[in-house]
Design a protein around this ligand. Structure first.
Ligand SMILES: [Zn+2]
Length: 145
């Protein structure tokens, strides 16, 4: 299941990517809608003018956590979430990488204390299961329960 977050939903888009959900972002209106339809993506928006079009999911709340919860429940995604499997910046699936390969690219502390690393093939950003990961997964777990 694929999505496109529209307009004011940039943060929601990031959270969805964190959950491993394939989500594009665009702040254009109708044009973005057409793109979403072309790619078979569900169009998530707060734009009332686009509310009643086919394939549109209209988000009522401004509350980010509630937005994410609504999406997960509505599209039955609870068991399909794979946290930190997708780049938060570019939506690209992350690839495992050996820590020796990226030794020079990460802080020494991180190199010493963590063993699992993943990298975005597109923007080359490196992710590891540090304190940020722990905090995020706690937050997301709380939402889903
Ligand atoms: Zn990336």
């Amino acid at each position: 299941m694929k999505f496109l977050c529209n307009g004011m939903l940039g943060k929601l888009c990031k959270y969805m990517r964190m959950c491993g959900i394939d989500t594009m972002y665009s702040n254009e209106g109708k044009k973005a809608y057409i793109l979403a339809r072309k790619e078979g993506r569900i169009f998530i928006t707060r734009n009332t003018q686009l509310k009643n079009l086919e394939g549109v999911f209209f988000v009522e709340t401004e509350d980010l956590k509630l937005q994410l919860k609504t999406i997960i429940e509505n599209f039955d995604l609870t068991n399909k979430l794979t946290l930190f499997s997708r780049c938060i910046r570019c939506n690209e699936p992350l690839k495992e990488v050996l820590k020796e390969e990226i030794r020079r690219l990460i802080p020494y502390y991180t190199y010493k204390n963590f063993n699992e690393f993943v990298r975005c093939p597109k923007c080359l950003r490196i992710y590891w299961k540090g304190s940020h990961y722990e905090r995020m997964s706690q937050e997301i777990k709380k939402l889903i329960d």
